[in-house]
Ligand binder design. Structure first.
Ligand SMILES: [Ca+2]
Length: 179
């Protein structure tokens, strides 16, 4: 059974979902979600869409219904606001310093080495810009947030180290790599 829209959902969000759900199944697939999110002056890569689907659906179904769509939508609005707040020079990209501050504001303190790796991997110019555009910023933050949360589940004392079995490690990391 598909989920319901939360009470008071913006009607334009409801019609956006209904337009995406062409067969009226109550669920939208990856391509439909990509199209629905892209209609707001922004395109997202299939990888970002899959990552959103992984993080915003429950383990059993992995399907986007009205409730999940609403969460994705509002969460993207929130990320957009964070991006704009930390893109201090309004370049349309966040550089290493801006990303460090954005991540810190979200409670993620990464080392200079990790920061450097994030900026070079999520820079769609392949490292030329040394900065990350909005869609890749989303992907970057979702990855850092998701992996940090998975790590914290194992590091209940917040000591900064955790132990994983091989199986546990693979099952934790692979969904982020192959989203
Ligand atoms: Ca900037």
């Amino acid at each position: 059974m598909p989920s319901q829209f939360p009470p008071g959902t913006d009607p334009s969000l409801v019609s956006c979902f209904q337009m995406a759900d062409q067969d009226r199944s109550g669920f939208i697939d990856d391509k439909e979600l990509q199209r629905a999110l892209s209609s707001y002056n922004q395109t997202f890569s299939m990888r970002t869409v899959h990552l959103l689907m992984y993080l915003f659906t429950n383990t059993n179904t992995r399907k986007i219904g009205p409730k999940e769509f609403t969460s994705v939508f509002y969460s993207l609005q929130n990320w957009r606001a964070i991006f704009e707040r930390f893109d201090r020079d309004r370049s349309g990209k966040v550089d290493a310093n801006e990303l460090r501050e954005a991540l810190l504001s979200l409670g993620f303190s990464v080392s200079p080495m990790v920061l450097d790796l994030l900026v070079s991997k999520f820079d769609k110019s392949g490292g030329k810009n040394r900065a990350i555009e909005y869609d890749n910023f989303i992907e970057c933050c979702l990855t850092v947030k998701g992996l940090t949360e998975k790590f914290k589940e194992k590091d209940t004392m917040y000591s900064g180290s955790a132990s994983f079995t091989y199986e546990g490690f693979m099952l934790t990391v692979l969904p982020f790599l192959i989203a």
